[in-house]
Design a protein around this ligand. Structure first.
Ligand SMILES: Cc1ncc(COP(=O)(O)O)c(C=O)c1O
Length: 436
């Protein structure tokens, strides 16, 4: 490996807000917290929000012209890297024909067909403009079909910010509605069984990320998804897999193909929009037909099925089918995991790397991380110091210990090696700051 001097600076204090790191003209004051989505504020790792001006391949460039190798990758959306040529060409082609037709465009059918062909549990699709909207619509559909009110979700799961799904971020959600949402620890089938024994007959749905991304990456333990499938079927609740992150990332057929468990409804987002705003829900026709205009469960959207998002999604899914990158992404992920684990061992810094395919989280702990409570018990200061060292050496990872880092087909072996080298220096520095 090429040698490089990696300087580890004193870390910024964690919880520093944008006010402490003003841009010269304090332009960030125009945005609440300096951002439009909380995690972009870097409050978990310290440091100011990064203002990005440009992106391409595996790189992003900030407004000062600094280049970073990016592992945020549009929070999982950019599996082909930033601004892939096939997507840009499809967008240009579409823009020559239309922008917002306002009625159904053939591209909507084309993308729906591609999703259905890749994911056998999906016979019909409804497009939305975000993953949030897809998940809240899926829950509404489940409630409309079953005529039940309660839902079961899992601690640490994130399904967007619909009222019933918002979890501990719930200020502003009426108590009566919040009371209809039950929560269980992830990967604990007994806990789910206990809740179902008490409330099974009142449950409209069980909704979960089959592999979590929003409390860091956690894979389901053996038999867990199958167990939830059986519980839902037994009590007449719908099983919803939120595959906003995992759809077309872990396999063309998503986590349900990887683990061989079929949900009733699936939500999608991110990758299926090829970098444009999107969400979707899908399932068998006998469930989907309950949505308006065929059924009584309402959903509508001015921008639903936007042709630019459809075109970008089609280009992305076609590229994923043609290039079949999942084996290569798995190999790159496995190699990266081994190298990082070795570097941490050499430095005497205990870490756990949770990885499924091209999504991974490094937890600073010596214990396995199997649920949200385990994730919350990890050493966040160590994570923050690692993230800051990476950032100061031109590498961006999600600025939170509770997020997934994403590989794309655009990352080169050289970029992954450099990530390991800088991480290795950060781990060594952690040993020195913390002592034996
Ligand atoms: C698993 C999961 N579901 C739903 C959402 C919400 O999607 P969006 O941000 O497009 O509203 C996210 C966003 O990160 C997510 O990770």
């Amino acid at each position: 490996m090429r040698q490089e001097r990696v300087v580890v600076k004193r870390p910024h204090p964690v919880s520093a807000s944008y006010n402490e790191h003003r841009t010269p003209n304090n332009e960030l004051r125009w945005l609440v917290g300096g951002v439009n989505s909380p995690v972009r504020a870097f409050r978990h790792t310290g440091g100011s929000p990064v203002l990005l001006a440009a992106s391409g391949g595996a790189s992003v460039i900030d407004v000062q012209g600094r280049r970073y190798t990016d592992f945020i990758m549009g929070w999982g959306a950019s599996i082909l890297g930033h601004r892939p040529a096939v997507v840009c060409a499809a967008l240009a082609r579409t823009l020559r024909q239309t922008l917002l037709p306002g009625l159904t465009h053939p591209l909507e059918i084309e993308l729906a067909r591609r999703i259905g062909e890749a994911v056998p549990s999906v016979e019909q699709v409804r497009f939305t403009t975000s993953g949030t909207e897809a998940c809240l619509t899926a829950v509404r559909l489940a409630r409309g079909i079953t005529r039940r009110a309660k839902i079961l979700m899992f601690d640490g799961g994130y399904h967007g910010h619909g009222e019933s799904l918002i979890g501990h971020h719930g200020a502003g959600t009426p108590g009566a509605l919040a009371a209809e949402t039950l929560r269980a620890p992830y990967n604990d089938l007994l806990a789910a069984k206990r809740i179902m024994a008490r409330h099974g007959g009142e449950l409209a749905c069980i909704i979960l990320e089959p592999v979590t991304a929003n409390v860091g990456v956690i894979a389901p333990t053996a038999g867990y998804l199958r167990g939830l499938r059986d519980l839902a079927s037994r009590d007449g609740a719908l099983l919803i897999f939120d595959e906003v992150v995992t759809g077309f990332r872990l396999a063309r057929g998503g986590a349900q193909a990887l683990y061989g468990v079929t949900p009733d409804l699936t939500t999608f987002g991110k990758i299926i929009g090829g970098g444009l705003p999107i969400g979707a829900l899908g399932g068998p026709r006998d469930l989907m037909r309950h949505l308006a205009p065929e059924g009584h469960v309402f959903h509508a959207g001015t921008f639903a099925g936007h042709p630019l998002a459809m075109a970008a999604g089609i280009a992305t899914l076609d590229q994923l089918r043609a290039r079949a990158p999942y084996g290569r992404l798995e190999q790159a992920g496995a190699r990266l995991t081994r190298a990082l684990a070795k570097a941490a061992r050499a430095a005497g810094v205990p870490i756990q790397i949770n990885r499924v395919g091209s999504m991974m989280t490094v937890f600073f702990t010596d214990r396995p991380v199997r649920n949200a409570a385990d994730a919350r018990a990890t050493r966040r200061e160590a994570f923050a110091q690692w993230a800051q060292t990476l950032r100061s050496h031109g590498i961006l990872i999600p600025p939170s210990p509770f997020e997934a880092l994403f590989l794309s087909t655009a990352h080169t072996a050289g970029e992954l090696d450099r990530f390991v080298r800088v991480s290795s220096a950060a781990f060594q520095a952690l040993r020195h700051t913390e002592g034996p």
